[in-house]
Unconditional design. Sequence first.
Length: 428
Amino acid sequence: MATTMGVTKYLDSPADEDAVIVQVLKKQGAVPFVKTNVPQTLLSIGCSNPVFGKTLNPFDPTRSPGGSSGGEAALIKGGGSVLGFGSDVGGSVRVPAHFCGICGFKPTGRRISDRGLLKGSPGMQGVISSPGVMARDVDSLALGMKALLVPDMFLLDPQVVPIPFRQETYEDKKPMRIGYFTSLRFCPPTPSMGRAVIMAKEALKKAGHTLVAFDPPDEFRAFIDLTSRLITADNGRTVSTMWLDDEVIDEYLEGQIRVWTMPHYLRKIQGFLLKPFWPRVARSFSHRLIGSVYDLWQRLAEREKYVEQFLDELKKKNLDLLLCPAFGAPACKPEHAGKIMAAAAYTSLFNLLNFPAGVVPVTMVTEEDDRMLDDWRGYGNDAFDKFIKETTKGAVGLPVAVQCVGLPWQEERCLRLMKEVETLCSLG
Ligand SMILES: CCCCCC/C=C\CCCCCCCC(=O)NCCO
């Protein structure tokens, strides 16, 4: 069956052979039986395209299942599949898992093979994509990882780091030292999202773990100067030529593509006009585009420094695990997916850093969360905040996850924290 990414030009071109992860799983008896829906190009947190249409959230059909792997998350939540796979370069496994109330995990890039998988932005540097796993519980995620981390995969794709699954680390019972934050200044989360972290933090503390407040360094540098610039370094040319050339663009993707492909001078004008009223939005739009190879190398070098700075901050506090919000809000309406991208700062941060990260559902949006939203101003009640507020109003009953994060190559330790959170706070 062809992988289309929701564009017609790939409808009749199935791959000649299975991707490495599919080959490895089939050899162990797995039966891949369905491909699920994604947004056109994959570079979205929504899930609709003009070929297969729009996937709906299993909790509320007026809302999105998230994206890009939204079809998979909705299917798993509905009991239609036990294990699913997606790729994640900004949250595509974790965001839909959070929106649909299941578990999702993105390993360090190159722990799992991506050979044979189609990528939304092939060649993109600095914000690291990785295939990830989705399931209804953490043990199933661990089982999926264990099934992949075998000699077969290391042989089929010698580019992955050949570390088998370390079961003893996953099952370790020693108390953990865990850093936590409830909010990013760049995009403060809606009330339920911060409350979920406090809930998980208190439960972990009660269970004997040590919780330490942690402040991610230099957020604006991470999200605007690095993530945003690196993701749009080609000024949207890959998506517009490789995917959207001669295609009907999905109605929910149009606005996002317009911003990604906007010429630099228009961005500057927009930024100048918006600055007095909405400085964050202005800065997000008007950042300088990457204009040369020299410029790209400078940004990549700056990213390396940022990773080192982040690691140093963790080291100062003797931390190798983090607990934080899964996203800036619960499941959004499909029409808001391209407008609340700032809320993906919580997930994209760990693609920039290339740390393993996963989400676990711990609570649901309450009437009280919904009332508190009335006074919520986010960063400063700017356009991003208004869309987040509008889309979150009335979200009572929707699932809310927290995110657990580990150091590079420490997938098993990260999964262990996820398992502990699931055991202590599970929604059942
Ligand atoms: C508006 C400024 C926001 C800056 C902060 C967040 C920056 C970028 C987030 C980008 C998220 C893009 C969606 C990626 C979805 C994904 O992971 N796709 C997988 C492709 O393989």
